[in-house]
Structures are given as C-alpha cells and as structure tokens.
Design a protein around this ligand. Sequence first.
Ligand code: DO4
Ligand code: MG
Length: 284
Amino acid sequence: MNVTKFLDQADSVRVGIVESDQLLPLQLGENYSTLAELLATENPSTAIRSLVTDAPLSIDDTIRWLPPIDNQEVWAAGVTYKRSQTARMEESEAAASCYDRVYQADRPELFFKATPHRVSGHKQPLRIRSDATWNVPEPEITLVLNPQFKIIGLTVGNDMSSRDIEGENPLYLPQAKCYDQCAGLGPWITLFDTLPAMNELHVDLKINRDGQIIFDQQTSGAEMARSFEDLVGWLSRDNSMPSGAFLMTGTGIVPSNDFTLQPGDLVHISIAGIGTLSNPIVQA
Ligand code: DO4
Ligand code: MG
C-alpha cells in the first residue's frame, strides 16, 4: 500500500492512499488525527484502509503533494556505499581518514538530518544554501520506522548536501546537511510486511537542466556495505523517537567533482517498487 499527504481543494491537509492513477482520501478524526498515528498502529495498512470514505481523485498535475511526514524526526546514515567514501575522501583532505575509518567501523555514521518543517514533498522545491558553491542531491533509500523502531515501509529520500561546506571541515557537517528545504521525502510511503531484497531496490538519479538530462546514474541496495537492521540497531541505542522516524540510508551515487546543482534544475529520484520523487531546485 502507498500512503501520502496532500492538500485538497479547500487547502486542508489530507492523508490518502495512492492506487495506480487514483488518490483515495481518508477521513481522519475520531481515532486517528495524523498519518504518524496510523503508522504507529499494530497494522497500519488495515487502519488506513478502514478510513477511506470519500470519492477517489484522479492523479493529474493538479494534485498538491505534501511530504508523508508529521512530527517524526529525520535521520540519515553516511558513507554506507564505497562511492560515498571515495567521493568524500576526495573532497576533504583534512578528514579523508575519518571517512575511510567510518566506512569500515562497526559503528556507522548517523546524523540528524531534518525536522518536518525542513522537508519537501514531491514537486516541492529543494534548496541550495545561499552560502554554498558545490551542491549535490543524494538519492537515498529511506526507512520508515514506527515508534518501536520497526521498519514498516520505505520511501524515496533526497539528502541535499553542500559539498564545499562539508569538505572545508567535517565539523561543518550539520550546516552542510540541515537547513530550510534540505530534505526531500515522498512521493509516498510504501508499506511492506516483508521488505524487498536489497538487490531489488534499484535507485536511479536523473537531473534535468534546461530540458536536457545532464546526469543519469543508477545503483542498488545490493551495493550497500551495511544492512538496514544494523543501521536501525545503532539509531535506536539509548534513543527514543515517540512519533517514529525516517532514516535515510546513505547515497551510492555522487556526481563527479566538477558537477554542482543550479537553481532551476529538476531532480528525479526513482526507487524500483516505490516511486519517483521529483523536486525543482531553488536558491534564495
Ligand atoms: O559524511 C557525510 C555524509 C555522508 C552521506 O550523507 C552519505 O554518504 O549519504
Ligand atoms: Mg547522504
């Protein structure tokens, strides 16, 4: 089941199920008032399905998608693919050995990525920091965790990153990663009873500039050096997330060092079996 949030014609925030080319709005209120509450139930798919009452909407360009998040925290893992380790060692002389060591260490790199108000949904803008000169999207398989840290679904994530800021000094990582419109999530959450195998999770990043595809690369979860369970195990140590969380699991695609995003670019990230998250890039 695919579930998301959107703005209806009265500008009200709604939750809906996405089924092929239809959006089935839910009627929240009596027992559950948010998507996060539904995701925290024993059986989210059943709880969600029971709230479909309104007539379906056809999915077309008029749908105003919102990120499928309420008050969950957004975390991210880093250097979980060889490509990310190599690119980061190139970008930072001072911290090269840190990236090398964390790639091999038991303890992964985990960092706080965003609060909900910094997250953009499908077709909403993502931002290049005004004080950054070298910026990339990071396409990441993103885990949806309930308050007990059970992986209940997946979504598509974009961990926007300012490489010049991170490369100047690793202590600047929070500034390279966390700012307004720094994270993309969506277009929906795909709920799973059993997660797909890692090698079925094909990730595709396309960047469109002035009507042309200027970047097109693929990877798959099979290239990840860590398992989802390992990452979640570390995230949950001595940590509680009463509303649940999203965990971006790291990028396996980093454009070459001469590439930087520009305002007006369109970033499309697809994960097979989940969907495509598209965002225009802006700079204040
Ligand atoms: O070490 C910095 C962040 C790494 C990251 O975001 C990634 O590998 O995806
Ligand atoms: Mg990342």
